[in-house]
Unconditional design. Structure first.
Lengths: 434, 287
């Protein structure tokens, strides 16, 4: 055998061994400051990845660039469903962006990864002081403001008044308890068999659990209380029985994303929908209804109360984070404050294209022209006060799939609820290490 | 004495980097506790592999992978064989028929997934519309929300997408059968069924082995179709190993455990491939 070949054949193996043992912590964020002091910051977001918002966020960023000639923002589009793990991967590989748009569990998961820059010392006192306390609290962890609120979009209980009327129900009196909701859904199903009584997301995603979290809390149920598996409780069983009823009686379509129900809602085929304020924009973009016609048909209030007697809502707000690795923290902070707090960004983007409330105190009196609608008023006065933060973080990341799998078994299967609870508890124990 | 072909060195290096490194890295990570958002990997030996034994989702994923792959490949192979035999002589007279039959293979899997998602939509899908119109069912079926139906829908979409591959393979093999053998059988009084059964099908075995092997590997790794149609649901009823690995690694960020599942997945596929090749090789020798 050729001796040179004998030496060469080990080369790939040596290369493999070297690369396999290598750690991925060497890549450092690029510094993009120029000698003149001009800075470029990267902004990972899904607003620029979605057709409905990409042109408008680009316009908003362009306005920031014009107002801040020493800073240029480079927008990095990432799909909503990918941004959580994409950011975790970028943090692990040392190339996180400067600023990112996040939502739901993704923010607290990044906090627990120790990846975020606390913002209280970087943002101006006037900006921090202007924030709605409940919105600010959603981003506070151990006394630090790690996540800045951007758009306020809690889940509300939407109801179609035309459908209620046709079913013989009072269109001005939505159900206030889950028992009333069940009775109303039965009436609607009987009177209008083609209508879906309730649009509810039951997909196996963290967002799916976000949507169901408020319902669970209405039953005083918590599948992982204190970070431990607690899916075998009586209250969790009651909640799953309620979900079973929804599926068995055809009150909802199982295993569908909330987005599945929105076009159907626009066609008048969904009676109740647990969704954010942006539902109005989606419905009107589909059926081209005027504002007046929309408000005549649709109204929003809080989710009916369960045995706990309390109303709950889950935030689906869009938030902004800055990464510790950013080399342009001051510029990044200016950008965050501008997007979340400037009058221009709020009126031209947050309200108009996100159909959401701004995260500031007394939003309706601060923006009386733009927010003077029955929907925004209901959200501010009824829904925002009952917002509760789910148990977001590592426990949520590890346990959501077990819970949503159980919910899917309950809504579409025939397995006894007690068995579903036992399986959920067992899987949660494995996933949470409890 | 072997000669060194230096021209292959860049290729070997590139393959080592883009295939070898991820494979070795993934296998080694299976021996670590490594959650992407919880700091550096910690060596835990075979703990992840021990956890697999008591993980019901893992065993469900194994079962689903075998069902999905086995049924898909078997049905696709049979459909492909049947259509190849039926259309063998159409290439000259009615070439459009074969073109139509092969067309689904040109459709990207992601498009197939969305197409069949619409077909099996509970409210507005074509499948329920047809069944209701024919009075086969009284209420719309929850195709993608009920486990057994969801698996059936997945397999059906997969068969539609992949049958042309087998048609193509079998048509090519059929053209390799010498005409005089078939003519001799006809002269001896054999009908078309007997010719297909005793002459054509045995002659196709040589083409069948690599085709089935490719189909098994493709289906074992078919993430796009499963994720786009059902995301592994309802519950875990259509979760295959590749979907489970994705969910563990990229939604639960449990990279160490996902790597352990991936290692088992690779081992199962390797063992199966070796056994299949040996079995078919011995069969060919015996024949």
């Amino acid at each position: 055998v050729d001796r040179r070949w004998l030496g060469l054949r080990w080369l790939p193996l040596a290369l493999l061994a070297a690369t396999a043992c290598a750690q991925s912590q060497s890549a450092a964020p690029q510094t993009t400051s120029t000698p003149s002091g001009h800075e470029t910051i990267t902004f990972a977001n899904w607003a620029s990845a979605e057709a409905a918002t990409k042109d408008h966020i680009a316009q908003s960023i362009s306005e920031f660039d014009q107002a801040n000639p020493d800073v240029t923002v480079t927008s990095v589009p990432v799909a909503f469903s990918d941004i959580g793990h994409q950011l975790q991967l970028e943090v692990a590989s040392g190339n996180a962006p400067d600023v990112a748009e996040i939502s739901g569990n993704d923010g607290p998961a990044l906090v627990q990864a120790n990846a975020l820059q606390p913002l209280e010392s970087l943002l101006s006192q006037s900006f921090v002081g202007s924030l709605l306390p409940s919105e600010k609290a959603l981003g506070e962890f151990q006394g630090h403001l790690e996540i800045a609120p951007w758009t306020v979009a809690p889940l509300g209980f939407w109801y179609n008044r035309d459908i209620l009327s046709k079913a013989g129900l009072d269109p001005g009196t939505p159900p206030r308890t889950l028992d009333q909701l069940s009775a109303d859904m039965a009436r609607i199903k009987s009177a209008e068999p083609d209508v879906i009584p309730l649009g509810l997301d039951t997909t196996n995603r963290t967002f799916g659990l976000d949507v169901n979290w408020s319902l669970m809390r209405s039953f005083n149920a918590d599948p992982f209380s204190g970070g431990k598996a607690t899916a075998d409780t009586r209250t969790m069983g009651q909640y799953l029985e309620f979900i079973r009823t929804l599926g068995q009686k055809g009150y909802t379509i199982p295993d569908q994303k909330i987005g599945y129900f929105r076009p159907l809602a626009a066609q008048g085929k969904v009676a109740f929908q647990f969704d954010g304020p942006y539902l109005q924009g989606v419905i009107q973009s589909v059926n081209h209804e005027s504002d007046a016609a929309f408000y005549k048909t649709w109204a929003v209030t809080t989710l009916p109360a369960g045995p706990s007697g309390k109303h709950f809502s889950t935030p689906t707000d869009h938030q902004l984070v800055m990464f510790k690795s950013s080399k342009h923290k001051a510029a990044a902070a200016r950008f965050i404050a501008w997007l979340a707090g400037s009058r221009q960004a709020i009126t031209d983007y947050t309200i108009r294209y996100e159909s959401s409330l701004p995260p500031v105190k007394n939003a309706i009196s601060a923006f009386p022209t733009e927010l003077n609608t029955p929907v925004f008023k209901s959200f501010e006065s009824q829904v925002v006060p009952v917002v509760t933060r789910p148990a977001w973080g590592n426990t949520y990341t590890n346990g959501y799939s077990a819970v949503m799998a159980g919910i899917q078994k309950a809504v579409a299967g025939s397995e006894p609820i007690s068995q579903i609870q036992a399986e959920m508890q067992s899987e949660l124990r494995t996933q949470l290490g409890s | 004495m072997a000669r060194v072909d230096w021209m292959v060195v860049p290729l070997v290096l590139v393959l080592a980097l883009v295939i070898g490194y991820p494979a070795v890295r993934a296998l080694t990570l299976g021996f670590f506790h490594y959650r992407l958002n919880q700091g550096d990997p910690v060596f835990t030996g075979v703990t992840n592999f021990q956890l697999l034994g008591g993980d019901p989702v893992f065993w469900t994923a194994i079962r689903n992978t075998l069902v999905y792959t086995g049924v898909s490949v078997a049905v696709t192979c049979l459909v492909g064989l049947l259509l190849a035999l039926l259309t063998e002589r159409m290439s000259e007279r009615l070439p459009v028929i074969q073109t139509i039959l092969l067309a689904p293979w040109a459709v990207p899997v992601i498009v197939v997934a969305f197409l069949f998602r619409y077909i099996f939509d509970q409210e507005s899908g074509g499948a329920n519309a047809l069944l209701l119109a024919l009075h086969v069912v009284a209420h719309p079926l929850p195709w993608l929300a009920y486990g057994p139906l969801a698996m059936a829908a997945l397999v059906l979409a997969n068969v539609w997408s992949q049958a042309p591959f087998f048609i193509l393979v079998f048509l090519a093999a059929l053209r390799g059968i010498p005409d005089h053998i078939v003519e001799a059988a006809r002269v001896d009084g054999a009908d078309e069924v007997a010719i297909a059964r005793h002459i054509k099908v045995p002659q196709l075995m040589g083409a069948l082995v690599p085709a089935v092997l490719v189909a098994i590997i493709t289906n074992f790794n078919n993430f796009t179709l499963v994720w786009s149609m059902t995301e592994g649901g309802p519950a875990y009823d259509t979760t295959t190993l590749v979907v489970y690995v994705y969910r563990l690694a990229f939604t639960q960020l449990n990279v160490g455990y996902a790597s352990a599942v991936g290692a088992v997945w690779l081992a199962v596929l390797t063992v199966f491939t070796v056994l299949f090749v040996r079995a078919t090789a011995s069969r060919t020798v015996a024949a």
